[in-house]
Design a protein around this ligand. Structure first.
Ligand code: NAD
Length: 246
C-alpha cells in the first residue's frame, strides 16, 4: 500500500473527483479527512469499514477561521497531516456580459482563496513535522482560458497554477512537494450540466474520444502524493485525453 500510515485531507470529498481520490487513498492505507459542505458521513463510515479510519469534516473552505479550527482538530487527533488535496471547486457558466460581480467573487473565493486558506492552515504543521505533499486540482482552463465556463473559472485556476509553482519553490526546503492536476472533461456532476449536444461536441474534440473518469484523476493524484513522485514539484499535470498538449 502506497499511503500506509499517512494522514490525508481531501477537500470537496463528498462527490466527484474528491470522492474518488478519498476512496483510492483510503484503499492505499491512508487515514482520510473528508472536507466538504455536503454531508459525507456515509462515505466516511464506508471507508472506515474497508480500511483505515476516515472522518467527515464539515467545513466551508472559504472561511479561514473554520479551516484553521478544522486543521488544528485533525492534527490534534492524528498527530500529523502528510497530504493535502485541494480539490473543492465550483464553476460558473456564461459570458462576461452575464457575469455578476457576486459570481466573480464567489468563484475566486472557493477556487483560489479556499486553496490559500487550506495551505495557510496546513503548511505550518507540515513544516514542523518534517515535510508533506500538497496537490491542487486545477483545470485545463487555467492554461487555455475558459472553454465551456464563464471567464472567471479559468482565471481562478490560472491563479491556482501560479500558486502551485510559487509554493513549490518556497516550500521545497521544507521537503514539501506542491503539484497540480489540470483535468478536462471528467464525468462528474459538474460536467453533467452539459447539454447532450455539447457533450457530444466535447467528446468529438478529444483524441481519446471519451470523457475522463474521476478514478483516473485519483490514480494520477495517488502518484503525485506518493514517494514515487518525490522529485516532482511545481508540476501542473495535463489530464485531458490528448485534447491539449502543453
Ligand atoms: N469535472 C470536470 O470535468 C473538471 C474538469 C477540470 C477541473 N475540475 C476540478 O476538479 C475539482 C472537482 O470537480 P468535480 O467535477 O468533482 O466537482 P463536484 O461539483 O462534483 O464536486 C465538488 C465538491 O466540492 C465541494 N465544495 C464546493 N464548494 C465548497 C466549499 N466552499 N467548501 C467545501 N467544499 C466545497 C462540493 O460540495 C462538492 O462535493 C474542482 O476543483 C473542479 O474545478 C473538474
Amino acid at each position: 500500500m502506497k499511503l500506509e500510515g499517512k494522514v490525508a485531507l481531501v477537500t470537496g470529498a463528498a462527490r466527484g473527483i474528491g470522492k474518488a481520490i478519498a476512496e483510492l487513498f483510503s484503499r492505499e492505507g491512508a487515514i482520510v479527512g473528508l472536507v466538504d459542505l455536503r454531508p459525507a458521513t456515509e462515505l466516511a463510515s464506508a471507508l472506515s469499514k474497508q480500511g483505515k479510519e476516515a472522518i467527515f469534516l464539515p467545513c466551508d473552505i472559504t472561511d479561514p477561521v473554520a479551516v484553521q479550527i478544522m486543521v488544528e482538530g485533525v492534527h490534534r487527533r492524528f498527530g500529523r497531516i502528510d497530504i493535502l488535496v485541494n480539490n473543492a471547486g465550483i464553476i460558473a457558466r456564461g459570458t462576461l456580459l452575464d457575469l455578476t460581480v457576486e459570481v466573480w467573487r464567489k468563484v475566486l473565493d472557493v477556487n483560489l482563496n479556499g486553496v490559500f486558506n487550506c495551505c495557510k492552515a496546513v503548511v505550518p504543521f507540515m513544516i514542523k513535522d518534517g515535510g508533506g505533499k500538497i496537490l491542487n486540482i486545477s483545470s485545463i482552463a487555467g492554461k487555455t482560458g475558459d472553454l465551456t465556463a464563464a471567464p472567471v473559472y479559468g482565471t481562478s485556476k490560472g491563479g491556482v497554477n501560479a500558486f502551485t509553482k510559487s509554493l513549490a519553490r518556497q516550500l521545497a526546503p521544507y521537503k514539501i512537494n506542491v503539484n497540480a492536476i489540470a483535468p478536462h472533461a471528467i464525468e462528474t456532476e459538474m460536467s453533467a450540466e452539459w447539454s447532450p449536444e455539447k457533450r457530444k461536441e466535447i467528446i468529438e474534440s478529444i483524441p481519446l474520444k471519451r470523457l475522463g473518469k474521476p478514478e483516473e484523476v485519483a490514480e494520477a493524484a495517488l502518484f503525485l502524493v506518493s514517494e514515487g513522485a518525490s522529485f516532482i514539484t511545481g508540476e501542473v499535470l495535463d489530464m485531458n485525453g490528448g485534447y491539449f498538449m502543453d
